[in-house]
Design a protein around this ligand. Structure first.
Ligand code: TYM
Length: 333
């Protein structure tokens, strides 16, 4: 079986964008059973974005509970915390030593951070940690440690996948064929979901709609989605509307066609948002109950993750040994 792998950074509460772009397609794919699936919590990546221990810790817990509440089968898949598999960070160093600095200079995330600082009038590199700079190398290690060939991600991660391929290619060129070249898998309709303010829904923008908000709060968040000033009765353009975009991500094609018609007929924003709330709520309510229970069951979450880490390390250890040997770090006899 081909291997698929994907991860989520543990710096916040899982939101509709993570669900639509990554978690939901990954679980659906794993249930078809066609691939050998690896899913993990990127908690070492979280340290790049957050220096708040409580945030990182709570987020790991929430993301673990989210995957399990949505029905992930942890016997049929390998579900683990990145920090429980030290082979990954070890490989990351080996890859750091073959990765050209120039490749990292081109990273969108790094360039955005530098630009941000310039705009604020700060030293461009001030506050940019080496962790942020080499973020894509750790991500390459996540993937190459398991020789994953397919990596389902949202569009925003495509550049990171290209970098992982580049790094793998460079290593194979220098030391001989060692790593499979991974490929990003981006669903046809998996656009980058927009958030409350119309920009990409992202923890870093603070514009997210968390997936398992209690009903009332979910409704409140949906009511906050930015809309233009059109009155009820005025035709609305679905293709520039965040309300419609999120609708489309949860609705069947028939429901989407219907909503498109209602937009043309000038549905009031209040009504469109009410219908969106009902759609999402019906979709996630059963999993939300399981989520609330799981969140309180630290013992169960921990046991699941340790089971996953043991399975992951059984694959990671021989792979790391192979890479160490390839670069000249073999035993003397
Ligand atoms: P992260 O934690 O930012 O996001 C997790 C996944 O959710 C997708 N996503 C979205 N999809 C659609 N619309 C959105 N608004 C949206 N926001 C986020 C992301 O594309 C991603 O698939 N670097 C990764 C984590 C990672 C990883 C890996 C992924 C670390 N190592 C190895 C794959 C393989 C990240 O920060 O994702």
């Amino acid at each position: 079986k081909q291997r698929v792998l994907t991860g989520i950074t543990t710096t916040g509460t899982p939101h509709l964008g993570n669900y639509v772009g990554a978690i939901q397609p990954a679980i659906a794919e794993s249930q078809r059973g066609e691939y050998d699936a690896f899913f993990f919590l990127a908690d070492y990546h979280a340290l790049i974005k957050s220096h708040e221990p409580a945030v990182v810790h709570q987020s790991s817990r929430e993301i673990a509970a989210t995957w399990l509440a949505l029905g992930l089968d942890t016997d049929a898949t390998t579900f683990y915390r990145q920090s429980d598999v030290p082979e990954i960070t070890e490989l990351s160093w080996i890859l750091t030593c073959v990765c050209a600095k120039g490749l990292m200079n081109r990273s969108h995330a790094y360039k955005a951070a530098v630009q941000d600082n310039e705009q604020k009038g700060d030293d461009p590199d001030f506050g940019v940690t080496m962790g942020l700079f080499s973020y894509p190398i750790l991500m390459a290690a996540d993937i190459l440690t398991f020789n994953a060939s397919k990596v389902p991600v949202g569009r925003d991660q495509i550049q990171h996948l290209e970098m992982a391929r580049d790094i793998a290619q460079r290593f194979n060129h220098l030391y001989g064929d060692t790593f499979v070249l991974p490929e990003a898998v981006v669903g046809d309709d998996a656009a980058v979901l927009s958030g409350l303010d119309g920009r990409k829904m992202s923890k870093s923008y603070g514009n997210t709609i968390p997936l398992f908000l209690p009903e009332k709060k979910l409704q409140k968040h949906i009511n906050k989605i930015k809309t233009n000033l059109l009155e009820p009765g005025e035709p609305k353009d679905p293709d520039t509307s965040t309300v419609f975009e999120i609708w489309q991500a949860f609705a069947s094609p028939e429901q989407t066609a219907e909503m498109r018609k209602k937009f043309a007929e000038g549905i009031a924003w209040g009504q469109a948002k009410k219908e969106l709330f009902e759609l999402i709520n019906a979709h996630i309510a059963p999993a939300r109950e399981r989520y609330d229970e799981l969140l309180l069951d630290g013992v169960l979450l921990e046991a699941e993750l340790l089971k996953g880490a043991a399975k992951a390390r059984a694959h990671a250890a021989p792979m790391l040994a192979k890479a160490r040997k390839a670069v000249g770090l073999a035993a003397f006899s």
